[in-house]
Design a protein around this ligand. Sequence first.
Ligand SMILES: Cc1cc2nc3c(=O)[nH]c(=O)nc-3n(C[C@H](O)[C@H](O)[C@H](O)COP(=O)(O)OP(=O)(O)OC[C@H]3O[C@@H](n4cnc5c(N)ncnc54)[C@H](O)[C@@H]3O)c2cc1C
Length: 500
Amino acid sequence: MQKEGNIKDYVIVGGGTAGWISAAILARMLQGTQHTITVIESPNIPTIGVGEATIPSLIDMLELLKIPLKDFILATNATFKLGIKFVDWKEIGTHYWHQFGNIGNKIDAQPFYQHWLKHQINNPQFELTDFSPAIALAKQNKFFIPDPKHPTNLSQSTYALHFDAGLVAKYLTDYCLSKNVKLIRDHVKETILDEEGSIQRLHLVDNDPVNGEFFIDCTGQHALLINKALRVGYENWQHYLPVNKAVAVQSEMLSPLPPYTESIAHEHGWRWRIPLQNRTGNGYVYASDYCSDDQAINILEKHVPNMITEPRIIEFTTGKRNKIWHKNCLAVGLSSGFLEPLESTSIYLIMRTMLNFVQSLPTKTIDEPTVNEFNRLIDNEYKDIRDFIVLHYCETKRTDSEFWRMWQHLAIPESLQTKLALFKCQGRLYENHYDLFSSESWYAVLEGMGVRPRNYDPIIDKSQFDKVQHALKESVNALNVNASKTLDHAEYIQRIKSSG
Ligand SMILES: Cc1cc2nc3c(=O)[nH]c(=O)nc-3n(C[C@H](O)[C@H](O)[C@H](O)COP(=O)(O)OP(=O)(O)OC[C@H]3O[C@@H](n4cnc5c(N)ncnc54)[C@H](O)[C@@H]3O)c2cc1C
């Protein structure tokens, strides 16, 4: 075996959330190897400035980067998130929760959901997410970080953060600069390719050209390297998910401080509400075929009290790049694709892309099989998330506007059709090891949208039903009692901030 040369010079173009998360992961994971990482950030193009709700893998990333949680919370005005409350999605006047962490535990080695289904048929008393520790806390605006040394029935709740995107970019910039990442504040005006069509050099407006061996495109919707230079096309998924615009605005902070994101369905789309320590992030996501910008702004103004910024319109195209890695270029963040922020998955996809890349680290000879396998895995991730987001819409019973009536005849991805068909028999779901959303996430949304199977799994009849019913009742009571003894979310944050 002859050792091939390692890639030493990484160049990242873009200084938004994607650029700085990419630089941070690369700097951390390549620590101890000989390399340089350069971030080029345009002084003329602002970052997108939204992207403030996350999922629990963010906490794993902070651990990987060895960033202390308290530090991060202080610097980014972060609050905790235990899940999402979906309002008016199935029908106006209804709501449901999508929890982080588990819902109940297996009984007699069978999924909790199946036992709950049987309970629903016979004298139902409890909703599915009544058995979620995270939701028991969320409903009472409570929060705590489970201590593995002192397990309780709330220990299986997991959590993520809401944060200020601008402050996160600043925090990660400082982190990266302390890890010897080089920053050039300049605008890339031209990308030079070599004779094989790989990227060789970038020409800047004010500085000398930058050579590199591997380039990471974090230029957001500009997709400067992956699209403008390398011409990698885009798979448009708007026929599955027709919303294509958002109007974002900030408002004063909420009291009490909810430990969850809220997603409220409206006439032509949905509205997010993300609570931070000092303010609230809001946005209305809509389909421009059904709603003008003025109408969207009116909806926000009607529903969001105490606005502190002017409404800002953002356009997007749902879909993904045909290849996220092509030649010596990797697209990360909005340059690689976008799915509406209903389940806060974009920042997760940034982390996932970078972690998968580090696990597939190429040498200077970039091998096709490595690139193909990487692209296959990321494709699967995107499609799984796309299907999960479509599920939030496609079973709606709403018919109060053209937007909602459209879902009665809109095509849904074949992969989702297959999954739903299987589920509707006996409530079974298959999981792939790369799926971001577990069966429990699917159960929560399916039940929230009023989708139930025709039967429960017949194996459940082995269990003694009256014992199960009793255990269910005990479990809900114990969760609610323990949640009520926990600190309020705002108080918990205060305690973290003032701890030594
Ligand atoms: C409406 C909306 C809501 C969202 N909500 C969430 C959410 O709740 N949770 C979540 O996880 N994600 C969310 N996202 C996604 C999230 O905002 C993005 O994934 C994330 O911010 C990453 O953006 P980015 O860094 O790719 O792009 P940007 O923030 O647009 O950054 C692009 C960077 O590229 C630089 N650049 C561009 N061209 C050049 C050039 N020629 N030379 C040099 N530099 C250049 C710019 O200066 C900038 O620094 C949301 C997105 C939208 C649209």
